[in-house]
Design a protein around this ligand. Sequence first.
Ligand code: M6R
Length: 353
Amino acid sequence: ARAGYQHLMLKEIHEQPRIIRNIIQRKQSAWLPGDSFGETTCGVLLIGCGSSYHACLAGKILIERLSGIQANAELATELFDVTGSTRRYRAVIGLSQSGETADTCAALDRQRQAGFYTVAVSNVPGSRITRLAEQTILTDAGPEMSVAATKSFTAQLVTLLNMGLALPLKEPKRALDLTGELRALPARLQRILDREDAHASAARWLASFKNIICIGRGIFLPIALECALKLKEITYIHAEGCAAGELKHGTLALLSPVTPVIAFMGTDETRAQMLTAIREVKARGVPVLAIAPEGEEDLEDLADRVILLPRTDPLLQPVLAAAAAQMLAYHAALSLNLPIDNPRNLAKSVTVE
Ligand code: M6R
């Protein structure tokens, strides 16, 4: 089952270029029903748990940037409002790799019963969530066995991007710009996976710390949250994802020479603000690992370590950053000699609420 890889997680990480190539070859057909609520509508709601919730957060930004349709993301475990009186979503989209997560299924079912149109985005055909939703969009990442979500997460990101592209676009030309970048994405992702040494060396360094703070802004915030989740899950290091702009509102107090920061740099308007955040952190003697697109070589003077990733469209860059985060977490856990595919206390799918 491991196909020559030391762990299922590593095998699944390496499947990503092929999976993404397949997803982008499929054209997503129209999926959003007409606006039956008229003027009072407020777009779509994305719900999920864990990594799927992080994909919801990124999906909100992808959908809003591409289509201008308002999108919200909520934790399925915190979604209690089913009255529909305050918010009238055109669709509620439940994301679940396994399709069996009880919290997500229950929350989506409550929304369906309250009269909302429901869409399941799942990796498992015929799973519970696909049976309860009106419509299913499959992520087609193939069976994911390792407890940590990897290929299913990037497949969710690209599927959500396709869903965004299938909506009436704010700028129709945007779809054309993205087509070329999407085609180049699998090869760019492969270049990251081929740089195992760079990730392993940074990961060994990370593994020496007890606390790590991951920061990002905009569409990179979900990636920072996902990086922290991956680290907690398989390395057992306490890691926290934090919006870069929020550091000075509290988290900065935690930082010290023994509590490093992993900074996810964007290519969009968040770049300047991220540089400010990194400077702020460095001024306090805090070690920084910057994960940034090529062209940011100057960061080498500022951050302690830099991992440069191929540069792509700002809406696709998070996919590459997510792969780098997965590699870091994997190699950190490997250096700590932990049971990577079956971390303690966790199950692959959580079928109780
Ligand atoms: O199968 P689901 O996508 O519904 O699972 C949701 C979470 O349990 C899952 O993403 C979990 O957080 C992962 N193990 C994280 O790597």
